[in-house]
Write a protein that binds this ligand. Structure first.
Ligand SMILES: [Zn+2]
Length: 483
């Protein structure tokens, strides 16, 4: 009798799982990428980006190492490139690293939208090894070359390019649009986005949503999806650097004690790796899988649509790749180590830095406590390294929101070949500075990226294909037109 009931139960569960998989919303029909002819509409944006890249707006933690003249020249360049936007939009400079354009909407009762980007870049070392000089702005081999072409002058230029073209066509948005550009994102964003966030708050701006840099339209990063995926970040992880410190007696290495400071530190690190944070499928990952399910084979669809029963399987599969593993849990990566500086001397102090990326819904303090408990037996001290760089995870933004829908539909126009997926970013952006006055925050970079393309970001030979860039400008033109 019990056996019969059990068999019936299992059959019921299987049937329910299959039914849910079969009830997956229909995939959009497969589309080819837009032909080059459809990108004529935004032709010329490559010259604007090239001009912007020629200003080496490198930011640094040491303000004296920054070249103020270059930042000023960059802003002058924008005036030349976008004369209509400079004439017809309100322009505000807040301090020296924050630039805001306000395009007043015709319906003030609608909540405004904030489009973010940053105009600073990271340094370009090994300039002699670049195929085109890092600040040449060369247009060659079908691409624009230089630092900032991907991170992230392309978004700044494309959004202003779209505004300029719509102004020329005599169009204006219903919603007020804020173009919010910071000039120190790569070094924390306090002088740029930080000032803009405070400025918006003072003016009582309550935005519907914002769009900042984030996931790309990715080719091949999800091999089991039947098409490229547009990864729209609806959440980003928090950030903390944690110090582990073991103190003891130094001395000569010829007569060591049973436990050395370096040994204690090593045990602490091994304990952290042995006890990773528990895996969870939060709101973002659940929605990621749900949006992905129409675009995968039936087997995956059964898995992704039935997390009520398959979540252990999904977690086990995600655990196997570092990128997917990072979506499941707070990560703790030992990055820097210091012990004795001489071969035959015992360290009286051994130190390590552990870089943590904290899952939405958790806190920095909670994770410090967890790490302290794990290393308690090893006799090391746990503290926050660089408290000024701590970032608590931001709340997850809804998928069911007019902002997500607007971005989704603009992606459909510029990248009809892609499936739109909500996504969790492991890296940080400027969005933290806008958390107070914004309902929903999305992080998306409207360009096609293959895994190889991503290597140019912060690396050598950063470049962006001309047709790819025109797609980016088209995305903004459609998005702005829909607002
Ligand atoms: Zn960036």
């Amino acid at each position: 009798m019990i056996a019969t009931i059990l068999i019936a139960l299992v059959l019921l569960i299987v049937a329910a799982a299959l039914l849910r998989a079969l009830a997956t919303p229909k995939a959009k029909p497969r589309c080819e990428p837009l032909p080059e002819s459809a990108l004529e509409e935004t032709a010329g944006v490559e010259n604007e980006l090239a001009a912007a890249v020629r200003h080496a707006t490198v930011s640094s933690n040491d303000p004296k190492a920054e070249d103020e003249k270059t930042f000023a020249a960059f802003k002058e360049e924008l005036k030349r490139l976008f004369p209509r936007a400079h004439k017809e939009l309100e322009r505000h400079e807040i301090g020296d690293r924050a630039l805001v354009f306000v395009w007043k909407g015709s319906k003030p009762e609608l909540k405004p939208v904030i489009l973010c980007a940053h105009f600073d870049v990271v340094p370009a070392d090994d300039a002699e090894l670049w195929r085109h000089q890092p600040f040449s702005g060369d247009i060659a081999e079908g691409a624009v070359w230089g630092r900032g072409t991907q991170d992230i002058k392309l978004m700044l230029i494309s959004s202003l390019d779209a505004a300029e073209r719509l102004l020329a066509e005599g169009k204006a948005p219903e919603r007020t649009i804020y173009f919010a550009f910071g000039g120190d994102e790569e070094v924390g964003g306090a002088r740029g986005a930080g000032r803009i966030g405070a400025w918006l708050e003072e003016r009582g701006v309550e935005a519907s949503f914002l769009l900042d840099e984030g996931g790309p339209v990715s080719d091949g990063s999800l091999p089991f999806a039947d098409r490229p995926v547009a990864l729209v970040g609806i959440a980003e992880k928090g950030y903390a650097d944690v110090s582990l410190e073991a103190e003891g007696k130094g001395g000569h290495a010829s007569m060591p004690p049973a436990h050395t400071t370096s040994g204690d530190l090593a045990r602490a690190i091994a304990a952290i790796e042995a006890r990773p944070d528990r895996a969870r499928l939060g709101y973002t990952v659940r929605n990621f899988l749900d949006h992905l399910s129409p675009y995968v084979g039936f087997g995956y669809r059964v898995l992704f649509r039935n997390l009520w029963i398959t979540s252990p399987l999904v977690k086990a599969a995600f655990k196997r790749g570092p990128a997917t593993n990072a979506m499941l849990r707070t990560t703790a990566a030992p990055t820097m180590l210091k012990g004795s500086s001489k071969e035959n001397v015992l360290a009286d102090r051994a130190w390590a830095n552990v870089n943590m990326r904290i899952l939405p819904g958790q806190t920095v303090a909670g994770n410090l406590e967890r790490i302290s408990r794990i290393v308690a037996g090893a006799g090391v001290k746990v503290s926050v390294n660089h408290p000024e760089q701590l970032v608590e995870p931001l709340p997850e933004s809804p998928v069911d929101h007019e902002g997500f829908r607007a971005i989704e539909s603009a992606i459909g126009e510029a990248f009809p070949e892609a499936a739109v997926l909500p996504f969790l970013l492991s890296g940080g952006t400027d969005t933290k500075h806008y958390r107070k006055g914004t309902e929903a925050m999305y992080r998306f970079c409207p360009v096609r990226e293959t895994p190889e393309d991503l290597e140019g970001i912060h690396g050598r030979d950063e470049h962006i294909g001309v047709s790819n860039l025109r797609r980016c400008a088209l995305f903004y033109k459609r998005l702005l037109a829909s607002l």
